[in-house]
Design a binder for this molecule. Sequence first.
Ligand code: ZN
Length: 294
Amino acid sequence: MSDRPVCDYEGSTYQNTFWEKGGRAYEDAVERIALRKLLPLKGTRLLEIGAGAGRLTNELLGYQQVVLTDYSSTQLEQARQRLGNSPQFKYVAANVYALPFAPALFDAASMVRVIHHLVDVPAALVQVREVLTPGATYLLEFANKQNLKAIARWLSGQQKWNPFSRGAVEFVALNFDFHPQDIQNWLEKADFRVGHRRTVSHYRMNLLKLAIPTDFLVWLDSWAQPTGDWWQVTPSVFVQAIANGMPAPAPQNPNQFWRCPTCRSLDMVETPEAVHCQHCGKVWEIRDGIYLFK
Ligand SMILES: [Zn+2]
């Protein structure tokens, strides 16, 4: 497994306090627009990494199967209550540094508002690439250190770190802002190429959000998003990464679905109660419809 520290939302009311009562209708709407533009909306199997309570999952219903993963099983329990027990969904508590899936199982993946919690992005990207087919689209959102607010604060001397310098900045423990070029380099090293980029939340300022109707602000943002192909000065950036190689379909009925997160064996047997690793003997419990792989 992995000994890297993980930001854990176990028991968190984040969905309720941050999204539903936090005045973030604007952020939610502009993120959905970017997702629809960058991710194919149909496919065989999509992996949602850090799905949380499933806020964005209803954008992904064109996939035959959506596998929601999160480090926190209580977040997944909220998602399950929202989405139900349809065979279209699987709920998997797992660590992004040790994904419990067979190679090339997915033809798409999304990871929104997750990477800013990762201490070792390159290691996570290697894991993601491994479970994707060649040609798969991976939608990655990251928090951008080179945003207008940070630039203004730096120029006026209110902030010590330089938003144009490379390297991540940890503004709160386990919360990182990244440089867009670092993200691109890491993706390329992990065997992805970068397609389009969309800058998101151009107008994330409380004054604007209070003064201007949300729908109009969302409309303005949707027009500004494609400039992300040329420059990125918003707090949030969506990247369309494509897995290198000759495009291949994801298997409809895979012989191998699970991979042991401990010993990496593909020799796994699923029963109604658990997934059993035939190699190291570990038993991964299925509790209330949630696979527990951590
Ligand atoms: Zn094992």
